[in-house]
Design a protein. Sequence first.
Length: 228
Amino acid sequence: MSELSVKSSFSQRIKAARRILAEEGFSNLCQAVVSNLAFHLSSKWHFVYFAFSLEEQTPCFNTKGPISVRIATSEDIARIESDIFPALEAEMQYEKRYFRLISEPKIKCFLAEQDGKLVHYSWVFLDASHSLLAEVPFNQKKLTSNDAFIGPVFTNQSARGLVYLHVLSAILDYLKNNAGASRAIVFFDGKNPAAASFYKRLGFKEITDAQPKNIFSFIWRGLSRATN
């Protein structure tokens, strides 16, 4: 796999900050900084981690109708920028950086199109160790070489409902039959019981003791709880 990573280097972060300041102004830069701090000091410590065993039968939904799902290529960038980027909320703007990975062989971007418009994307990392799991408090010893990771995902507010079900079905089928993966891993805010119920109904199971056991993680978990 290419050494290109989802992690942003210090120089990339500085470059991104300069771009926001130049294009969006000081107030948006401050908002981006606050969002980033909130993520690292609080949000990520509430994540829970679920996995789907690809030895199980993958869920299948009727994909006939107005929703079509495909893997993105570099030729889709212009449409992504016109259809999806304007709908990204402020705290999701950082996800634009993932589209520089769109031609990486071990990274796939699944797109959903509805009524002639792109309304959803799901990123799939065939090597979970090179995914967002490297940026959150997840015990890397829980990973195997055949684990894949799904995320981040986005659905346009106007299309929320069954779209992600169609995409997730296509992703799991792809991972099982084309990528040789053994598990598909996701994470979400543990304070969102609806997300837990959704994934459980599809056959995902929680990965127990997923957060690393060390003094650093213990301190930050404590601070996170104290601020919520």
